[in-house]
Design a protein around this ligand. Sequence first.
Ligand SMILES: Nc1ncnc2c1ncn2[C@@H]1O[C@H](COP(=O)(O)OP(=O)(O)OP(=O)(O)O)[C@@H](O)[C@H]1O
Ligand SMILES: Nc1nc2c(c(=O)[nH]1)N=C(CO)CN2
Length: 838
Amino acid sequence: MTNFAGAVPGPDGRPLDQIRITGVNGRGRHGVLASERATGQEFRADVVLHVDTRAAAEGDDLRATVSYADVAQEAHDVLVGEPVDLIETLAERIAAAALGHEPVRAVDVTVHKPQAPIPVSFTDVEVSIRRDRVAVPPVVGAAAFAAEASPVDRWAAEAADPHAAAGEFAQPERAESVEPTTADRPAAPAVDPLTAPIADLTAGDAAPGAEPAGWSAEAAADTPVSGENLVIPEITPADPVGAVEGHDRHQNGFEHAGAPAADQAAPVAEAVEPQPQDAGMIDGVPSVEHGVPAFEPHADAPARPVEDEAIARRPAYDPAAAQAHGFAAAAEAPAPDAAVPGAEQYRTDEQYRTDERYQPDDRYQPEQQYQPEQYESESYQPDAYQPEVYQPEFPQETRQQFQPEQDQQAAFAEQDPAAFAGQAQAGFAEQPAPVNGVGQRSTPEDRLDEAPAEPVEVVLALGANLGDPQATLRAAVMDLDRITGLQITEVSPLARTAAVGGPEQPDYLNAVVVARTSLAPRGLLHACQAIEYAHGRTREEHWGPRSLDIDIITYGLLTASADDLEVPHPRAHERAFVLEPWSQLKPDAVLPGLGGGPVAQLAATAEDRQGIRWLALDWLTESHSGADPTGDVEPQPTASHRPYDPPAPSQPAPSQDQQVPEQHAHQDRTAHEQAFHGGPQAGQGPGGPYQQQAQDPFPQQDAFQPPQNGAPAAHPQGFGPDGVPHPQMSGAVPPPEEALVPAPQAPVTDDPGARAPHTPPAAPLVPPAVRETAHHDLSLEQVPVEPAHPVFAPVRPHPGDVPFAPVNQTAGDRQRTQPADDRPAWAPVRTDEHGHRG
Ligand SMILES: Nc1ncnc2c1ncn2[C@@H]1O[C@H](COP(=O)(O)OP(=O)(O)OP(=O)(O)O)[C@@H](O)[C@H]1O
Ligand SMILES: Nc1nc2c(c(=O)[nH]1)N=C(CO)CN2
């Protein structure tokens, strides 16, 4: 009954259990036809609740799980409630209601419409969605973000001031706070170092953790929702429940937000094609298309204002608000389900509450069913939480984050009652304490088992040098993004790097992804390891060759060490193969912890920096490692058959010393196109529809200039350190030069005077981010933009822009972040059920 394969992993990485409710019936008036509105018809819902049921089973206690009766009732209420056009909307609302129950970590909803007005014989129409608790806050308002000093600046300021108080980049005892930069901000609560960067991003101009300044529930309730200010994180393809974060708020005091939630629900849900999100990373069977979302907001939609971000954090569907507003109107119509036999079977809340078997003992307060306080009771939390365990490592302020939320809030309230009250109104005060999948704080082994209260930004490093590394890394990116509780936001260029340490082995391909996660650090480690294993990872030799390696580089600003996991990764600070792609993606990134600092500077001085052979921008959609990205053909690298024999040059042959790898690369690319896609214009390329461009997507050699003093000689084929194809590799084709970012040549300098001043460009210059992290002066170097690059826009085409569109970014977001450039920043990777790109 569910269309989603594979269990959803819980915060600890273990698969969650499932509670299935099938065939919830209701007669509703949903549909786009007037006749459907007038007469109504039958709708049916199936709901799968992904819950950890162990604690409930252990204590035989309903309170530790979710009452299926409640969820069934809520599903029924939606089916018979306010008429909407789409069954997608119904599914979204039911999912939101289910996720309103704390123990539910994810939910699958199928809505059936067996009597749909279809003029041919059919059995049923159904829509299935999976939603989970990871909510990605809205794309950062560029202005709000730009107003902040960059992390590097803050780091430098802190490093330069010997008298500086505990700062954000300090070692553990000083790692807890991110200072508001605006004097008149309300005082913030102690900031959770895990979530501080995210709080920064999401709170816009407000203090970390606070609702945006000036926002009030009442004011937001009056905010009209239109294509202009409609916020879409709730329903972006793999952004399953932006609604849910808001919904949590509903559950915790947000229901007073008022009408717009109900108003919002219809346009939001009907505008976007739900994209199932498969948690199948365990079995490694991709079943998701990261496609172009159906919904695009108004072309000149403004960057999301702060107020919009507040709205974005509210539920897409708020049953309470709907009841008060949307449903009230619906109630004036004749009750569509009045005569549905058996409807009363779902009306069991009351039964539960009056049924002796479920009578609460003195601890049981139905209205507090999943409130955090309940878990403070002895039976629920005998030994779960012992702050003193952590005391030696943490100063008081830092420990605050591991105290129950209520304690933090009490401290905050004491510190600044007014600010506290403001936040309480906006839902802060009643946010649940971090809990595991059953709504009950588990006994953490250590803090690496603690799930964060809010999604945390994490940086993961991927590496591979066996098999078809590029294909593996691509698949790994998609697998990571499918983890329930993890959502990739950005992907770095791909670096080919000389192997560091270990035995003699082939070069690596390395990349870095930035993601947000609601998983505990250890849960994230296990999920990453599951993906490693799914891709054939074995651990035979220390630092030996491997099909896939995924390291957790950072987990927010957390600094923690245990036998099995250390964050930040203890060797990240010295590894150019991690730092360089990371700094390309995030030029301002700062590595916290011992040996940390600005990533670009660390990259510049890392010992293995010379081992960075090239960086490719378009690796998610173009093949640089030799394997056919469609998976149809597996080219064999042999002396007699190169994967992509270059065709006869269409240009005058370059002189010997001009025959740089880029030339090979370009030729190889063209040959690749001919071999696998019938030539450059042969319909849909591997990157999906965005690659169908009128102009030759692979410009001729003379259409652009190769980097003047940039890219070092990459080996035109083969993957061995000496350029000879390695027997274990399927061959390596360097990317075409338009996809290359010059690899580092000289140490980076922070002295702007050391860089030649920019002359007015005849053509766009190499983007600053590239220049600054390429470690040499490219100020006069020009790169062509016409004809269009095939897939990726250059790194950071506009200051402050997102360099690579998040994997899940919507078309609307692309428009906002790439206003002056109609080339796609990122072509969605489409995969079939076997993970092959279509
Ligand atoms: N931040 C981290 N990310 C991933 N694994 C970690 C981390 N910290 C500790 N580990 C532990 O390291 C163990 C070895 O990991 P792995 O085999 O991937 O190491 P490696 O990649 O060969 O070497 P390196 O850790 O130097 O990258 C893992 O089983 C894991 O428990
Ligand atoms: N170039 C490169 N060298 C390595 C890598 C890697 O990913 N890239 N990983 C290692 C262990 O994790 C050891 N050495």
